[in-house]
Design a protein around this ligand. Structure first.
Ligand code: PBG
Ligand code: ZN
Length: 325
């Protein structure tokens, strides 16, 4: 046999495979979402997301210790307030649950990178991501509210704000508001290409943020559109985004790749609640090997060009990475 091309030479032993491996996952790539809820002495598991909990600020340290032990360096905070209203006022309350959580984290773990999710849907009585008039989600009227929330949480100590609302012009508006408040070092991680996705189902239980009427299709993207995703990414960059995001992750890896190939910005992807729930549910009934499936998903996101992965699996991945050294 005169086979010229023998690719199997590159796969002969674990050591050779290590030599030629093109991509890796590091604990430095992981961002872990945290849900903080108003109230006291609360640690409540989210039914659709096994092993993910809502914590009141007084119980949060338990989770923070695990994060530190795992070596995960960044968290993304979501808040669940006690009271909601039409415009989401709790979102910019300096004594609100996320502001208090950030101050607590920064007092005890100053090195932990704190990213604050910026959106109104957890705080509005109607569950939409912007303000409403006559059944319409208003764009320009929502911007000052998102900016107030950003400034409040940045003042509380957030290193990065991450607007997930999908209103037009929010990145520039928030950048200006941060700068006007001497918060020039606070970065913006833009949920740029965020799709109207069924994969967010479990999150809406977790954050009590399901829209009370209609859906999010007038502001989140149509899953059919890739060229439009490029325009979203472009406009967020033009407005001053420091990080760009594609969300969800696994069904949208073509767009992660497009973002990586098109722009010299750190690409983030959000391995969302539905993706997590599907893995956990299937593993639980013994149909898949959880560790291998999760690590394969992680490497797929890295290979597509994600630098950072927001994932509910972060603590498990960090543990598995240590085991495999
Ligand atoms: C709020 C927000 C959502 C997610 C992150 N920020 C839900 C939504 O837009 O309905 C989804 C996260 C997940 O599913 O894990 N705007
Ligand atoms: Zn929202």
């Amino acid at each position: 046999m005169e086979l010229k091309c023998r690719l199997r030479r590159l796969r002969q032993t674990p050591q050779i495979r290590n030599l030629v491996r093109e991509h890796t996952v590091s604990v430095n790539d992981l961002i872990y979402p945290l849900f903080v809820i108003e109230g006291e002495n609360i640690k409540e598991e989210i039914k659709s997301m096994p092993n993910i909990y809502q914590y009141s600020v007084d119980r949060l340290d338990e989770e923070l210790q695990k994060i530190k032990l795992a070596g995960v360096q960044a968290v993304l905070l979501f808040g669940i307030p006690k009271v909601k209203d039409e415009i989401g006022s709790e979102a910019w309350n300096e004594e609100g649950v996320v502001a208090r959580a950030i101050r607590f984290i920064k007092s005890k773990y100053p090195e932990l990178v704190v990213i604050a999710d910026i959106c109104l849907c957890e705080y509005t009585s109607h569950g939409h991501c912007g303000v409403i008039k006559d059944g319409q989600i208003l764009n320009d009227e929502s911007l000052p509210l998102l900016a107030k929330m950003s400034v409040t949480l940045a003042k509380a100590g957030a290193d990065i704000v991450a607007p997930s609302d999908m209103m037009d012009g929010r990145i520039g508006y928030i950048r200006d508001a941060l700068d006007a408040n001497n918060l020039t070092n606070v970065a913006i991680m833009a949920y740029s290409a965020k799709f109207a996705s069924a994969y967010y189902g479990p999150f809406r239980d977790a954050a009590h943020s399901a829209p009370q009427f209609g859906d999010r299709k007038s502001y989140q993207m149509d899953p059919a559109n890739a060229r439009e995703a490029l325009r979203e990414l472009e406009s967020d960059i033009a407005e001053g985004a420091d990080y760009i995001m594609v969300k969800p992750a696994l069904a949208y890896l073509d767009l992660v790749k497009l973002a990586y190939d098109s722009f010299n910005y750190p690409v983030v992807t959000y391995n969302v609640s539905g993706e997590y729930a599907m893995v956990k549910a299937t593993a639980k009934i013994g149909l898949i090997d959880e560790k291998r499936i999760v690590m394969e998903n992680m490497i797929a996101m890295k290979r597509a060009g994600a630098k950072l992965i927001i994932t509910y699996h972060a603590l498990d991945v960090a543990k598995w990475l240590k085991e495999d050294i």
